[in-house]
Design a protein around this ligand. Structure first.
Ligand code: ZN
Length: 254
């Protein structure tokens, strides 16, 4: 494998991020085939590609190679794709086609140990921007600079799960939420709570406590955090489900 090819395959969107259910993927396949054929692109089968090089290409024998990000596509996205493949794209189709890729392809930030992989906020089951919009009014004064939000790959430790992080990057503050929470059984209040918790970290920065350490969750921080009205409900779910999520994760990997 060449160097650049390895670079392109450093992460696996299929193992590091939640996958759509098989029936949802199957429905996308059928729809993609139907729409492609309606635009005169002869397709009878979809072959999923998991890299950064192939977004969409028509192969031999009626195969349509599609990047796995298309498993999250909506009908309009498949239409734009078919029009592009048919060579009939006008400016707006081309734009929609490109925007879908920009919005869905994981982004990489930084290099080496500090390298981050970020999946856009609009997840399979939860939209982090919506969660952000819900909790921001809880602040007394507007947050500046506004943080970006995104999903980080599923990371589950044997003894615990880091639900979210807040950090400063060259592009400004960044809140990443563990994609283990982008699941149907996770209530909205949990996602909102974790986003809010990370917002609180930006609003109440850590304070030095005199012995060279920093108090991250100070009394002031805790006071602000309790402004989220469904805090108790969210914390109860988190405590009650963490062991289950860890068990599930390691069972699946065995
Ligand atoms: Zn914290």
């Amino acid at each position: 494998m060449s160097d650049s090819a390895e670079q392109l395959n450093l992460f696996d969107i299929r193992t590091e991020f939640p996958q759509p259910a098989p029936d949802r993927i199957h429905a996308v396949e059928l729809k993609a085939i139907e729409i492609a054929n309606s635009f005169g692109v002869q397709v009878r089968c979809i072959r999923w590609k998991n890299n950064r090089r192939v977004m969409a290409s028509v192969g031999k024998n009626g195969y349509l190679n599609l990047n796995v990000i298309y498993q999250r596509a909506k009908e309009n996205d498949l239409r734009a794709l078919a029009i592009v493949l048919a060579g009939k794209a006008r400016k707006q189709d081309q734009k929609r086609f490109q925007k879908f890729i920009e919005d869905h392809l994981p982004r990489e930030l930084g290099v080496g140990k500090s390298r981050l992989i970020i999946l856009p906020p609009d997840g399979l089951f939860h939209d982090l921007n919506k969660a952000l919009e819900t909790v921001l009014p809880l602040l007394d004064k507007p947050l500046y600079p506004m943080p970006q939000v995104g999903w980080s790959p599923v990371r589950v430790g044997r003894r615990g799960i880091t639900w979210g992080t807040h950090r400063d990057t060259l592009e400004g503050p960044l809140i990443l939420i563990n994609a283990v929470l982008d699941a149907v059984k996770v209530p909205n209040c949990v996602v909102e709570h974790i986003v809010w918790h990370e917002i609180c970290h930006q609003a109440v920065p850590p304070v030095p406590n005199g012995n060279g350490r920093r108090r991250v969750h100070s009394a002031e921080f805790r006071k602000l955090e309790t402004k989220y009205p469904r805090l108790k409900e969210a914390e109860k779910w988190e405590e009650g489900n963490i062991a289950y999520l860890i068990r599930q994760h390691y069972r699946r990997r065995r």
